[in-house]
Design a protein around this ligand. Structure first.
Ligand SMILES: [Fe+2]
Ligand SMILES: [Fe+2]
Length: 239
């Protein structure tokens, strides 16, 4: 069965709302040109990805808009059966199970990250797997019967941005602590996800990308891994 193109898989539900939230950032970012082309040679050691121009961090209104769009996409999320075939092509079998246990809005977000990278011709398989699983660790909240839904994520991201030390102080790595465990999952989801990905037969590089996807890189990327991380963070921040 042929693999459908990302464009043919755009969900039809709530089309007007989606198109509105898709077109505004495009207009606002018309002056920002992203030019990224994978040029990975077959020899692993010196492989490089040409990051000739990665757009700078978007200005605040655009970042707010991306967050709003992520929220709308989250509450109207839909993943088609055909898209699950795409996921099955990218992930090892065990990791596919992990993906299936992610909430629908997280699956939608992860697919959107993957499609954005694919639109830029970035076909690194480790990066593609990381795109699909970078937020899988958030599913750990399911241990206390809660999902980090779009309604919870917004306030958490805001609190984390405004009061990071307060959040870190309250977080508890103990499911019995209820909402404090939620804070822990929010903060620790990169390391939780990396551990799950390793257990699910993902590559070392995929696990490394997941573990570091919330890190702030100082300066421009120096290694191939850091280049992929920069690309993952770029696509993540815009979806
Ligand atoms: Fe994340
Ligand atoms: Fe994400």
């Amino acid at each position: 069965m042929p693999i459908p193109s990302p464009q043919s898989l755009i969900p039809k539900r709530n089309l007007i709302l989606r198109q509105f939230f898709d077109i505004i950032p495009f207009i606002m970012s018309m002056n920002i040109h992203v030019q990224t082309r994978s040029s990975r040679p077959s020899t692993g050691k010196h492989r490089r990805t040409d990051l000739s121009v990665i757009s700078p961090k978007p200005w605040l209104p655009l970042r707010i808009f991306y967050r709003l769009r992520q929220f709308v996409r989250g509450i109207t999320a839909h993943v088609s059966a055909d898209e699950m075939l795409v996921v099955a092509q990218v992930l090892p079998k065990a990791a596919l199970t992990r993906f299936c246990h992610m909430p629908l809005d997280a699956q939608r977000h992860s697919l959107n990250v993957l499609y954005m990278l694919q639109r830029e011709d970035l076909s690194d398989p480790d990066l593609a797997a990381a795109a699909l699983l970078h937020d899988v660790g958030k599913s750990a909240a399911g241990q206390i019967g809660v999902q980090l839904s779009p309604w919870l994520k917004g306030p958490l991201v805001l609190l984390d941005a405004l009061l990071p030390q307060w959040i870190a102080g309250l977080a508890q790595n103990d499911p019995a602590q209820g909402w404090r465990y939620l804070l822990h999952v929010h903060l620790a989801h990169p390391s939780i996800g990396a551990q799950w990905a390793a257990e699910a037969d993902c590559s070392e590089l995929t696990c490394w990308l997941i573990e570091h996807h919330q890190d702030t890189l100082s300066g421009s990327p120096q290694t191939y891994n850091e280049e992929l991380l920069t690309l993952l963070q770029w696509a993540d921040s815009r979806n």
